[in-house]
Structures are given as structure tokens and as C-alpha cells.
Design a binder for this molecule. Structure first.
Ligand SMILES: *[C@@H]1O[C@H](CO)[C@@H](O)[C@H](O)[C@H]1NC(C)=O
Ligand SMILES: *[C@@H]1O[C@H](CO)[C@@H](O)[C@H](O)[C@H]1NC(C)=O
Ligand SMILES: *[C@@H]1O[C@H](CO)[C@@H](O)[C@H](O)[C@H]1NC(C)=O
Ligand SMILES: *[C@@H]1O[C@H](CO)[C@@H](O)[C@H](O)[C@H]1NC(C)=O
Ligand SMILES: *[C@@H]1O[C@H](CO)[C@@H](O)[C@H](O)[C@H]1NC(C)=O
Ligand SMILES: *[C@@H]1O[C@H](CO)[C@@H](O)[C@H](O)[C@H]1NC(C)=O
Ligand SMILES: *[C@@H]1O[C@H](CO)[C@@H](O)[C@H](O)[C@H]1NC(C)=O
Length: 377
């Protein structure tokens, strides 16, 4: 057991000297990755012998799904040589946002910045444009077809909950009312889509490994203890899941050895994200995103025997200082008061993201990579 609030240990000062930690730390990064069972999904698709996915559409008469075959067109497939994580944000108020904040009932109030009073909405109109290729347009029906008879689970902290909610919002517009349900079994949330026998799930496990902070509501912020070599407790709940998407980082913050927040932005009030309405253009990498830890992650993933893909969304997210909830979010489960909002230096939240917003792009990338893998297998 390791007390994160004690004085620094070898863990933080000499990460390469402790093999156990070497293995686990990479799991604790601010990037998302798919683990393991993706291959199972892809193999299943392949074994169906179809060269296309099935598109489902409503028959208006009886409200039942019909299966209509469609193609995965070539322009929807990301070229193997293209690094989709290198690119720029381009203004696109024609196609973005991909859904509207007030038409998606699944957003928690932490992310509904407009409803919470944010005066500007330009942050919803940016599209990620990779340098070498285009991302396929998110197609909710194709996403659901890839999830038919499958479970997709997002595991991580509250930032990961944003990605989960984004995915639910991205697909929910094409699902008939009454054909889906949300089940809350803390620390899990399950969005089920009956017609597709599919579920999109969120599992709150902020450290991924076992910790004393795993209870959804009763968790201490101070005196956190983590069991670095144990995922046993959580693993039980993700066993059998077809696609796993992991994320963790900010709970590991242990200043000044593991920084997780960037307060060095220029232009904002007090150097934070408050009142920022434009993405950063040009090179920017905050010291909160530790490249050394990231390179360990890369090494470990390369050594794994299972099919894991890294969604290296760190750089593209770093540019989006305008996309955070700032003072239009929550603190300890409550929206900020007017008084708190007037003290952005103390209260601006530069960790969580407004939705619609940046996490939608993470899901577009996930979608693109799933389509790519499907096509390749
Ligand atoms: C695939 O697309 C081609 C060209 O658009 C079309 O002729 C063909 O019928 C499509 N196949 C399926 C299975 O939809
Ligand atoms: C979209 O952006 C352009 C360029 O900034 C602007 O001229 C136009 O009015 C905007 N359209 C909408 C619907 O906001
Ligand atoms: C629904 O999906 C599960 C896997 O998530 C599968 O075990 C089950 O057989 C499916 N049910 C039907 C009716 O196809
Ligand atoms: C909350 O968690 C602490 C530490 O794990 C434990 O001692 C305490 O009994 C818990 N309280 C409740 C109400 O569950
Ligand atoms: C964390 O940030 C502090 C400044 O707040 C800096 O001195 C320190 O070097 C940073 N640590 C890392 C690992 O980047
Ligand atoms: C926010 O920024 C704008 C200019 O970009 C400025 O006019 C305004 O006073 C700022 N608001 C606050 C509360 O600082
Ligand atoms: C992720 O992207 C950043 C910047 O684009 C790069 O520096 C870093 O090496 C990448 N990480 C991995 C693990 O590929």
C-alpha cells in the first residue's frame, strides 16, 4: 500500500527503479486506450463473413428495426499511415456541435455549461482536423451496429464520465424513445439499447487499481491509499466486456512530482482557463502532461500480448483551454454560487469539459479507429 499523501517515495522520484510501479504507472495516464477484447469484437465481425456492417432503420409502421446492409466506404477508413492525433482545430459551425446540449437528457449538470450560465458557446464549434487525413463523420447507426450484442465500457474518473456521456449523446438521437434505459448501480451507469442488445457503460474507478477511494460517494480526498498491484476488485466488473476504454491521471497528482493541472496558460485570468473562448493555436504542451510517464506507457503497450490501442488525445486536448467548464460547473456536487463564480482564481475548473465539446472528438477518434480495425480484420 502506498500513501499518496505521505512524503514522496521512490515511486515519484525514481520511477524506473521499481518494476512494479513501472508496470502500473503507465496505466495511470491521461490518455485513453482500448484493452484486450477489441480483437474479439473484430474477429466476430469478420466471422460473420459480411463485408459491410448492417444498418438499422425504423419502419414507421410498427416501429421495429429493419436490417439494411450498408457499406463501410473507403473514405470512412483512416489510412494506416495517418497519425490522427496530430492536427489542428478548425472552425466548423456547420457540422458542430454533433448534438445539442438541451436535446441530450443524459448530461450531468457538471458539464452542461450553457444551462449553467456560460455566456459564450463558440467552444462547441471546433472540429479536429488531422494533418494527414480526414476523420470519418460519426455515424450513430454504424456505431450501434459495431456494438450489436456487445458491451462498451468506459472506466476511469469523472473526466471519463464525460466521454461516456458524450458517447451516449452521440448515439441517442437515432434510438427510439422507450427503446433505451439508463440503470444506475453506483459506481456504474449503464445505458442499454434494447434493439441492438448493446450497452454503453461507465464504471467509476478513479485509480483503476484498487484504492480506498473507490466508493462512489464516500471517498476521501486526503489520505488516499492505493493498492498498486491489484486490479482484482475492479476486474470482476469488466470481465466479459467487449470494448474497454480506460482513463486515469488526475487522481494521481502528487505535486510537484506528478503535476496534473496546467496553470501556466497565458491570457486567461490568473493564468487559468476562466474567460477563455478560443483554442490555443500553435505549439503548446503544458507541464501537467508528463512525457516521461507517457513514454513508459508506450513501452508497456508495445510489450503487451493483447490488442491495445492508445488514443493519444493529450495534445489535441491541451489546445482547448476554451473547452473547460471553468466557473460554469460544479464543486463537490453543487453548482458554483454567484459569489464563487466571481473568484475564478479559486473556483475555475480547468479539468472537466463542457458537453457538447472536446470529449465528442475523443469519441470520434474512437469510432474512427474501430471502423479502421473492422476494415482491416
Ligand atoms: C455498396 O456501395 C455500392 C456503390 O455505392 C453499391 O452499388 C452497393 O449496392 C453497396 N452495397 C451494399 C451492400 O450496400
Ligand atoms: C458561422 O461562422 C461564420 C464565420 O465566423 C459566421 O459568419 C456565421 O454567421 C456563423 N453561422 C452561424 C449559424 O453561427
Ligand atoms: C445479447 O448480448 C449478449 C452479449 O453482450 C449475448 O450474450 C446475448 O446472447 C445477446 N442476446 C441476444 C438475444 O442475442
Ligand atoms: C467512509 O469511508 C471510510 C474510509 O474508507 C470509512 O471508515 C467510513 O466508515 C465510511 N463511511 C460510511 C458512512 O460508509
Ligand atoms: C510541476 O510543476 C512545478 C511548478 O508548479 C514544477 O516546478 C515541477 O518541475 C513540475 N513537475 C514536473 C514533473 O513536471
Ligand atoms: C473576459 O474577456 C473579455 C475580453 O476577451 C473582457 O472584455 C471581459 O472583461 C472578461 N471578463 C471578465 C469577467 O474578466
Ligand atoms: C502522444 O502525442 C504527443 C504529442 O503529439 C507525443 O509527444 C507523444 O510521444 C505521444 N505519446 C505516445 C505514447 O505515443
Amino acid at each position: 500500500m502506498l500513501n499518496l499523501d505521505s512524503t514522496p517515495t521512490n515511486m515519484t522520484t525514481h520511477p524506473t527503479q521499481d518494476r512494479r510501479i513501472l508496470f502500473l504507472f503507465p496505466l495511470a495516464l491521461g490518455s485513453f486506450f482500448l484493452l484486450g477484447t477489441v480483437r474479439v469484437l473484430l474477429d466476430n465481425l469478420k466471422n460473420n463473413q459480411f463485408q459491410f456492417l448492417w444498418q438499422s432503420s425504423f419502419s414507421r409502421d410498427n416501429n421495429k428495426f429493419l436490417r439494411v446492409p450498408i457499406n463501410v466506404t473507403l473514405d470512412e477508413v483512416i489510412e494506416e499511415s495517418c497519425n490522427v492525433f496530430e492536427g489542428q482545430w478548425v472552425w466548423d459551425n456547420v457540422t458542430y456541435p454533433l448534438y445539442k446540449e438541451d436535446t441530450c437528457p443524459y448530461l450531468v449538470k457538471q458539464v452542461t455549461c450553457q444551462r449553467n450560465g456560460r455566456p459564450d458557446s463558440l467552444y462547441q464549434n471546433w472540429r479536429w482536423q488531422p494533418h494527414g487525413c480526414n476523420l470519418p463523420r460519426f455515424n450513430a447507426l454504424k456505431m450501434l451496429e459495431m456494438l450489436r450484442d456487445k458491451r462498451l465500457m468506459f472506466i476511469g474518473d469523472s473526466i471519463q464520465r464525460g466521454m461516456f456521456e458524450s458517447m451516449v449523446c452521440l448515439v441517442q438521437s437515432v434510438i427510439a424513445d422507450g427503446d433505451h434505459s439508463t440503470i444506475r448501480v453506483p459506481p456504474r451507469k449503464i445505458f442499454r439499447i434494447e434493439e441492438f442488445n448493446a450497452s454503453i457503460e461507465y464504471y467509476w474507478a478513479p485509480f483503476m487499481v484498487e484504492s480506498i477511494s473507490d466508493h462512489a460517494t464516500n471517498h476521501t480526498v486526503l489520505k488516499r491509499l492505493v493498492k498498486l498491484d491489484s486490479v482484482e476488485k475492479h476486474r470482476k466488473l469488466w470481465e466479459g466486456v467487449d470494448i474497454l476504454v480506460f482513463e486515469s491521471y488526475v487522481w494521481w497528482m502528487h505535486k510537484p512530482f506528478i503535476n496534473a493541472t496546467n496553470w501556466e496558460w497565458r491570457g486567461g485570468i490568473d493564468g487559468n482557463c476562466f474567460n477563455e473562448t478560443q483554442p490555443i493555436r500553435g505549439p503548446y504542451w503544458g507541464t501537467g502532461s508528463n512525457l516521461e510517464i507517457m513514454s513508459i506507457l508506450k513501452d508497456v503497450i508495445n510489450k503487451l500480448q493483447i490488442n491495445v490501442r492508445l488514443l493519444n488525445i493529450t495534445q489535441l486536448s491541451e489546445y482547448r483551454k476554451d473547452g473547460h467548464t471553468s466557473v460554469f460547473g460544479e464543486r463537490r456536487g453543487k453548482l458554483l454560487t454567484r459569489q464563487q463564480r466571481s473568484v475564478p482564481k479559486a473556483y475555475a475548473d480547468c479539468i472537466h469539459w463542457c458537453l457538447p465539446g472536446v470529449p465528442d472528438t475523443w469519441n470520434e477518434l474512437l469510432y474512427g479507429i474501430l471502423l479502421q480495425d473492422y476494415r482491416n480484420h
